[in-house]
Design a protein around this ligand. Sequence first.
Ligand code: DC
Length: 224
Amino acid sequence: MSAAVHILTLDGPSGSGKGTIARAVADKLGWHLLDSGALYRAVGYAAAMAGLDLSDAEAVTRCAQQIKIAFRDPKDGGETRVIVNGVDATDELRTETAGAAASAIAAIPAVRQALVDLQWSFRKPPGLVADGRDMGTVIFPDAPYKVFLTASAAERAKRRYKQLKEKGLNVTLASLLREIEARDARDASRAVAPLKPANDAVLLDTTGMSIEQVVAKVLSLVQA
Ligand code: DC
């Protein structure tokens, strides 16, 4: 690992605000950003598009080995587009269905292995903010800055509900809470790279904190 590249890992369960916090912190620091969840979502999406059975480990692994994923920042600002095998899949990747598919295929060890080099390729000067589940434990264990974000399942469901409602999607709070709890349980109990804080990670419970407060706290850890 090159010593010249700073790395901040931000891990935590879905809805803990990692994505928003990671982007804001990367912008402030002028560092690159790795949204590793988008890679797992892209594999789940590509596998589903190819008509694969998501529990067929061999077929899904081949899909992960061959997948082409590109991140494109629109020239006029706005959100980063994710291009999967040549198709802009940004909107599809955000759905709960894509999240559940990602969580399922992420439990296949060979799929995780197939995505390692791609994740390492984001480590470029001056630095990288890497957001996911195993950034601090498996992918960048030597990172000098590690944060594990949490928030109660109820608060995470509420945040997600607000986000999806703003996008005009038809969801209920109760179903989101059930999905979040199911996904937490699956991500935390899988045999390989389960969701857990690195021993040297700073734990940050964001329940009741604003985005600005969390960003300021994370920045203070890096700048300390
Ligand atoms: O962060 P996210 O919600 O976009 O992630 C979607 C799923 O991908 C999540 O349920 C678990 C999986 N994932 C993973 O196993 N490892 C990562 N580093 C990131 C995501």
